[in-house]
Design a protein around this ligand. Sequence first.
Ligand code: UD1
Ligand code: MG
Length: 452
Amino acid sequence: MKLSVIILAAGQGTRMKSALPKVMHPIAGKPMLEHVYERSLDLGAADVHIVFGHGGEHLRDYCQDFDVEWVLQEQQLGTAHAVQQASPGLEPDEIVLILYGDVPLIKSETLRQLINHVADDDISLLTVNLEDPAGYGRIIRDEGRVIAIVEHKDATAEQLQVNEVNTGILAVRAGYLNECLSKIDNNNAQGEYYLTDIIEMAVNDGNSVITTQPDNSYEVEGVNDRVQLARLERIKQREIIENIMKNGVTVIDPSRVDVRGELNIGSDSTIDVNCLFEGRVDIGSNVSIGAGCVISNSRIADGCVISPYSIIENAVIDDNVDVGPFARLRPGTTLKQNSKVGNFVEVKNTELGTGSKANHLTYLGDSEIGSNVNIGAGTITCNYDGANKHKTVIKDGAFIGSDTQLVAPVTVGKNATVGAGSTITRDTEDNELTLSRTQQKTVKGWKRPTKG
Ligand code: UD1
Ligand code: MG
């Protein structure tokens, strides 16, 4: 049967105290709204409608990749009114699932169960038992059957004792939903059109309200402020890290690793404390990620050792490479098999060939470095002349002495040697030693200056 999802996201989110619309605040590096949108895709929804409110127009700009219908709810007159804005285009026989842009951790399995219960004009409702149900609509039952939802502000003292609450998430056939929506009024304590009124209507029409409960109550928790946002962030992180560990990765302290995006990592790899992964990161097997590393949008192959406090962004690293500690790999870095980038080395838009090493205090920018090259400590590729960037080429087997400046564009020949302390401004010959420095001399009898 055809499924449409309506995501309510018109709330102002005033308690976030933010210029950013509430549903755009991220959980695990992705807007809350995107998590909910992805669940709709998991379920194979044919159509997704997002109801947004005034001031939320730029939601559409942020979410340009979403294949959804955007529906403006000019005034927020209640949840039923919000759904009504999206409902005219629905076909009577399709199933409509109502989700919330600020309830980001709902699981597809829970929703699948909910949808499976919809038959005829029955309503399938997600409820949850809460120790502290304050603020929520209470589920009122008679001999076990749901007969109504009473909002906190409309509830009697006796009804307030009920712990089973409405999550707001429900599934219903579109034809019946539309029939009910046209009858809902705003005759209640908040003067709002309550979507929950359809429950009582269904009961009065002789239809059943079938309830499902999620495995975890966090699945239905909403975010109203940044304290709740941080709480759900921790829960989501725990879930991501546990999945990684179940796939055979050692995580020294699961509470001190954050994944803001997608991390794929092979078995027998280890992640030490305080690491952050952003965007799409693919890591192979038997890789060691040391403490305090920040790795974004990169690929690291099997057997690599990334030592502590290395920062890696848009880099591709082949098998058995050593990086760090304190290395910085910037966009466009490729490190070939068995190469090494040591401490205080910055690499940008550079390929470092197989078995080549830059072990200490070096800047390699816009360079093509062959295999088995040794880059001495303090080597700088001077790639920028103040206006343009130029390329440095270092051929296979070259040896660059310490404290060398390679003024690009320049090429160092195959198996060539550059003497320490040289400033190289012209191409060097294959197999030869090139150096540029004044000869060492001793000035006899020279005295250090003294204070006047
Ligand atoms: C609603 C339910 C309540 C349930 C609770 C769970 C109703 C009448 N009440 O109460 O039974 O226990 O959720 O969290 O449905 N929204 C719009 N347009 C509107 C009004 C709301 O898009 O005109 C959106 C909000 O952005 C929010 C969601 O709907 O994401 C819920 O609205 P809110 O006013 O917070 O409902 P509650 O009072 O929490
Ligand atoms: Mg409300």
